[in-house]
Design a protein around this ligand. Structure first.
Ligand code: ADP
Length: 306
């Protein structure tokens, strides 16, 4: 029996500019991106599954086929009649990117509305990954359902991993955001925040402060990402700094953090050495920021010594 890495969240249709007013269609979303990189880096004795909800339209079918083609399991994905996937568009103006979202009524918002199915999925996995975005898109009651489920998984000894991925726009208020993200961290074993976000939205004045806050909540291991300034790991109290790789030309930082998380977890699950996993993940993330798009194909990640 293979071991299962389960990622829970929302994958969206992505529209980006392809010149001449044409739009290119893709698929992406933080927890899906992490599943993509975990799949690229894990050996075949691990299965990587995505847990979300999709509709029954052609676009949902296409997304499902795309996920499947990436080698990511789709058997747990809920289909909901009459619903559609969320959509976002990347706008480019004078080299600056901005995003427009149409996701308020996406099928993924109902991903935790069937608690039995969610429980079955979580119980089938050794590793459970979710994010602050996963929590933000859920109705309050469903976020509570998901949190209860991951708490149960943590109590059962599973590796529950949480990236706070703080997006104030998705939350009804700062209060709800702070409380729910803190609850997400409390329910997890490993928390993987980005320092920029934590400083901006929790007021942390140092990486130490971020680590302290999440440990005080009950997270056991913390990996704080800090862009080109590397990562600080605190594993059961033991602290290590791992620098980022030098990148000659940063092309697109989309999914830098997601790819770091996926690569880190893959290596950590296989070798158990957190600093070694962070060095590996820094190499993968450096390749990802050197290419366009959220999902860089496996061949371009330099995994086979290339
Ligand atoms: P997020 O995308 O969540 O904000 P970060 O910006 O901290 O995450 O980036 C995640 C990881 O990607 C970093 O830990 C680092 O390994 C890599 N990375 C990001 N930006 C750069 C950069 N300019 N140069 C080299 N590595 C980078």
């Amino acid at each position: 029996m293979s071991r299962r890495f389960l990622s829970i969240g929302e994958c969206m249709v992505e529209l980006s500019q392809a010149g001449d007013g044409l739009l290119r269609k893709g698929f992406a979303g933080d927890t899906f991106n992490t599943a993509w990189y975990a799949r690229a880096c894990l050996a075949a004795d691990w299965s990587v599954d995505y847990f979300t909800a999709l509709g029954d339209d052609a676009m949902s079918d296409e997304m499902l086929a795309f996920i499947d083609k990436a080698g990511i399991g789709t058997s747990l994905i809920r289909r909901i009649r009459g619903r559609t996937p969320g959509l976002y568009m990347i706008n480019l103006k004078n080299g600056e990117r901005s995003f427009s979202y149409w996701r308020d009524n996406s099928a993924a918002r109902s991903l935790a509305a069937d608690p039995d199915r969610l429980r079955e999925a979580v119980e089938s996995a050794e590793v459970v990954y979710f994010s602050g975005i996963t929590l933000a898109i859920l109705p309050h009651e469903d976020a509570e359902t998901l949190l209860a489920e991951v708490r149960r998984a943590k109590a059962a000894g599973k590796l529950v991993v949480f990236d706070p991925n703080i997006r104030p726009r998705l939350w009804s208020s700062y209060d709800v955001m702070h409380t729910t993200i803190s609850e997400g961290a409390r329910s997890s074993v490993l928390v993987m925040p980005s320092f920029d976000d934590e400083a901006a939205h929790f007021g942390d004045d140092s990486i130490e402060a971020t680590i302290h806050r999440y440990r005080a909540l009950g997270a056991i291991h913390i990996v704080v990402k800090n862009g080109a300034d590397g990562v600080t790991l605190n594993f059961a109290g033991e602290q290590t700094f791992v620098p980022a790789e030098k990148v000659e030309k940063v092309v697109d930082t989309t999914s830098a953090g997601d790819s770091f998380n996926g690569a880190f977890l893959a290596r950590y699950l296989e070798a158990g050495d957190a600093p070694g996993a962070a060095r590996f993940a820094a190499k993968v993330a450096a390749r990802v920021v050197s290419e366009h798009g959220a999902l860089v194909p496996r061949e371009k990640l330099g995994l086979d010594g290339g």
